[in-house]
Design a protein around this ligand. Structure first.
Ligand SMILES: [Zn+2]
Length: 239
């Protein structure tokens, strides 16, 4: 399902969290009249050694990752010692109207001069105080039919490659060695400090930060499956 109805998205997430005993919380409200609940889901196994932060729906015109989060919540077997903190839809106002930017015309994947929009501030605030071991931010690219990503810290090259390999079961991974003038290594562009949320987390010392891109010229279902595979793999291989 391609969500463009935030109420329905929230209802489905709430339902699946209730069924599966995952922690659902409304951590704030956003939008001009604060009419949109801003939600977070947490999956906390009794014993865990690592924490993974998953961010989705930063741009309202990139629908597959949002659907993928709901699918992931339905399917995930809590078999790994990893705590998951998930923001299923960082930009509800943009999602509703299918735009990249939020209702104030701000791109939530940029934070010039360290000024954060309310949606970004809520994500940071409600991840604060936890030792985050990895951040995965799920995006889509209008221009592409491939999967690729932005990774920070080459030390975790293998982790990023595994994520793309899992996406590669559904979408071809970029095999060129340059993309829009940037060098690409096995589908990954490294250390692009562009003030995006994932770049900010990398600057703040989170060791593994990754932004995935699924090409919107591929069919919707393949993109959803690729995004589910990325979240699943990010959890499985976080050691
Ligand atoms: Zn995006």
């Amino acid at each position: 399902m391609h969500y463009n109805n935030h109420t329905k998205l929230i209802r489905n997430i709430k339902e699946v969290c209730q069924q599966r005993n995952f922690k659902y919380s409304e951590v704030g409200r956003v939008g001009k009249n604060k009419q949109y609940p801003y939600i977070q889901v947490q999956i906390e196994p009794p014993e865990f050694s690592k924490t993974l932060l998953v961010i989705s729906g930063v741009h309202g015109d990139e629908p597959a990752p949002v659907t993928a989060v709901v699918e992931f919540l339905r399917e995930y077997e809590v078999d790994y010692p990893v705590k998951l903190i998930i923001f299923p839809c960082l930009n509800p106002t943009a999602m509703r109207i299918g735009t990249r930017k939020n209702w104030e015309g701000k791109d939530l994947n940029r934070s010039r001069h360290w000024y954060f929009q309310p949606e970004q501030a809520l994500c940071l605030l409600h991840s604060y105080g936890q030792k985050i071991d990895a951040v995965i931010s799920l995006h889509e690219d209008w221009m592409s039919r491939h999967a690729y990503g932005f990774g920070f810290n080459r030390k975790y090259k293998k982790y990023f490659q595994e994520l793309l390999k899992s996406a590669g079961e559904y979408l071809p991974v970029v095999s060129k060695d340059s993309l829009e003038g940037m060098p690409v290594e096995d589908g990954v562009i490294y250390d692009k400090f562009d003030t995006s949320l994932e770049a900010r987390f990398a600057e703040a010392g989170v060791p593994r930060c990754f932004c995935s891109e699924t090409g919107m010229r591929a069919d919707f279902n393949s993109r959803v499956r690729a995004n589910v595979a990325i979240i699943q793999k990010a959890t499985e291989t976080l050691k």
